[in-house]
Design a protein around this ligand. Structure first.
Ligand code: TXA
Ligand code: MG
Length: 405
């Protein structure tokens, strides 16, 4: 069945109806596109269906899921305690005031907000993993919203990757991770944003960002009540003792198979970093991946600095590659500069200069280098830490850290 979906570029109404009927009848989740990344969806009101998500992904059961709604009516419905069935209190819609400017400005779009979970709740307890709140967003993708409308219930959906892998931004990525574990993928092409939604908690004072994502902290600050929003995620070190506020942030994440080496700082540091790492390379048949953002104006060659004390690993590069939607992998020989002996291949990907295109290409590039069997991946960070670049750096720091769950 998966084959039929794979080939369809834009899911037809028929495909959507089939997927919706499947979600209503079965307890196996369906992967679907959103503007951020692909989600692995199940009816959030049915416990058996939600359990199916955790088992397909291999996700720890204490990591809550966010729910997706197509419109505010569905959100209002979820916010009503079930005991109160149908009896809406006209003057109060249960949406906390603090969120109204965000909803107005960013929905539908890549922003997840935490809401108080009513008691008793329509949501299966597995969605919230025992927390008193649930995360919710209204995705911008019309395809995603149509699917949820057809199901007639909110869809709980984490990113559709196997736990610990980079989030999928194409249907092929989903298939790579979940083939044999799910039966349906709705293929909506590649996800325009490329990193997950920003998760915020406005139920505390000051409000906080739990995960940086598609909506930047600067944009949040422009909204009434959000001027003093704080970051509640760890950026540079994951070793702190305080328990992370978003349970998912404590797990190993975004990790390709290859070791990832991230250059955070300036150009000279890049050389220093490579020196140390290069020494651990095999002697021949190395496959070295490089993901460039070209924000640092790197020249025409990639240099690995000192190798075994004296020699250099260098590879020629074409100076200009187009930052683009399509991933282009350049191959070059990797050789020791002094004796010129080839000791492997360099796989070089440019994902663009501006932070939007970097975000769009990042997970794809990590996965592509993995697929080609890279031994090590060198990544240039972005300099821009407030825009969507904050989300990019957050994901890269996790990919480059050795932290295990
Ligand atoms: O863009 C996205 O948000 C994608 C697409 C599919 O919508 N979804 C996604 O879901 O990234 P997931 O499960 O991979 O990440 C959700 C994050 C996790 O870090 C989780 O711990 C946190 O949100 N989260 C969910 N519910 C929460 C809650 N009630 N309190 C605190 N954190 C919560
Ligand atoms: Mg995820």
């Amino acid at each position: 069945k998966i084959g039929e979906w794979e080939v369809s570029q834009s899911a037809s109404a028929k495909a959507l109806i089939e997927a919706a009927n499947y979600l209503k009848a079965k307890d196996i989740p369906v992967a679907f596109p959103t503007e951020t990344v692909y989600g692995l969806g199940a009816d959030a009101t049915r416990a058996a269906a939600v359990k199916g998500i955790y088992s397909a992904k291999g996700r720890p059961s204490d990591n809550p899921l966010i729910i997706h709604v197509p419109d505010l009516d569905m959100l209002r419905h979820v916010l009503q305690p079930t005991a109160n069935n149908g009896a809406t209190n006209g003057s109060h819609d249960h949406i906390p005031e603090i969120y109204k400017p965000l909803i107005e400005r960013f929905w539908p779009g890549p922003l997840t907000i935490l809401m108080p979970n009513p008691i008793p709740s329509r949501l299966a307890p597995e969605v919230t993993a025992g927390l008193k709140t649930f995360g919710v967003r209204m995705p911008a993708s019309p395809l995603a919203r149509s699917l949820i409308k057809l199901v007639g219930a909110p869809l709980a959906a984490p990113s559709a990757n196997a736990s610990t892998k980079p989030s999928p931004t194409t249907a092929a990525h989903v298939l790579e991770d979940l083939d044999g574990r799910i039966e349906l993928i709705l293929d909506g092409g590649s996800c325009p944003v490329g990193v997950e939604s920003t998760v915020v908690d406005g139920l505390c004072d000051p409000p906080v960002v739990l995960r940086p994502g598609g909506v930047s902290i600067d944009e949040l600050r422009e909204c009434p009540g959000w001027k003093n929003v704080e970051k509640a995620y760890k950026d540079h070190s994951e070793s702190g003792k305080a328990a992370p506020r978003a349970p998912g942030m404590k797990y190993k994440h975004y990790s390709p198979k290859a070791r990832v080496v991230l250059y955070e700082a300036t150009y000279p540091d890049l050389h220093k970093g490579v020196d140390q790492q290069a020494l651990e390379l095999k002697d021949d048949s190395n496959l070295v991946g490089v993901i460039r953002t070209r924000q640092w104006g790197m020249g025409g060659g990639f240099s690995c600095g000192d190798f075994n004390g004296q020699e250099k690993l260098v590879a020629p590069l074409e100076p200009d590659s187009q930052p683009g939607v399509e991933l282009e992998v350049r191959e070059a020989d990797l050789y020791k500069s002094l004796d010129g002996a080839t000791i492997g291949k360099l796989l070089d990907i440019s994902i663009g200069k501006d932070s939007r295109s970097i975000a769009h290409g990042l997970f794809s590039a990590l996965r592509e280098l993995d697929r080609r069997g890279a031994d090590i991946i060198f990544v240039e960070g972005t300099l821009d830490d407030e825009d969507i670049g904050a989300a990019v750096m957050n994901r890269l720091r996790k990919a480059a850290s050795q932290i295990k769950s």
